[in-house]
Ligand binder design. Structure first.
Ligand SMILES: [Zn+2]
Length: 195
């Protein structure tokens, strides 16, 4: 039965560890580059607006949002929201985050297909991931661990629902790398930062 399948537990455990490691890396990098000042006198919001203009994008709004590392680009309303520590900051970290989020706006403007898929997949993954835990618990209560047919079937349905979040993660990776790549190119070519 899959509840005690070592491969199942291994995949689950590895995924959780990877996620924790990635979060720690992001926080660490932000703290490190948050201490490095830039010389231009611009804030994260200024840089975002300038790079948008450099790329001929004039219909994206830049506004502050509460919280830490809550920065995101919303393609539905064409709004780039920068967290307060980024919006008004002149640090290297703020420039990096702002440019990365602009990278998403550029993806949107250029019709980058994976970004569209990811946006469309968000409700699917939210629903699937949310229900999956209840289905897996129900499978367990209905004798899934003892190998009952209904329990077994439900366990696989639960895994299928959970897989919607895995697909989201797998699509997110290339979208994020692409946005960061676009950000680096524009930060350098625009002369906002030196090597
Ligand atoms: Zn991103």
């Amino acid at each position: 039965m899959i509840f005690f399948d070592p491969f199942y537990l291994l995949v689950l455990g590895a995924g959780m560890l990877l996620s924790l490691w990635a979060q720690a890396r992001v926080k660490g990098a932000f703290a490190k580059y948050g201490r490095i000042a830039t010389r231009s006198g611009m804030t994260g919001a200024d840089v975002a607006r300038r790079i948008l203009a450099d790329n001929g994008i004039s219909d994206v709004r830049v506004e502050p949002v509460a919280g830490r590392l809550t920065d995101h680009y919303d393609p539905r309303t064409k709004t780039l929201r920068l967290s307060e520590p980024v919006f008004g900051s002149r640090s290297m970290a703020a420039f990096g985050v702002a440019a990365h989020e602009v990278g998403h706006a550029i993806q949107h403007a250029k019709g980058y297909a994976l970004l569209g898929f990811r946006s469309a997949w968000v409700p699917v993954a939210n629903t699937g991931g949310g229900i999956s835990m209840f289905v897996i618990i129900a499978a367990f209560l209905l004798g899934g661990a003892q190998g009952s047919a209904i329990g077994n079937t439900l366990a696989w349905v639960g895994i299928g629902l959970f897989a919607t979040t895995t697909i989201f993660t797998l699509v997110t990776l290339p979208v994020e790398f692409d946005a960061s790549h676009r950000a680096l190119v524009t930060l350098e070519s625009g002369g906002y930062v030196t090597q």
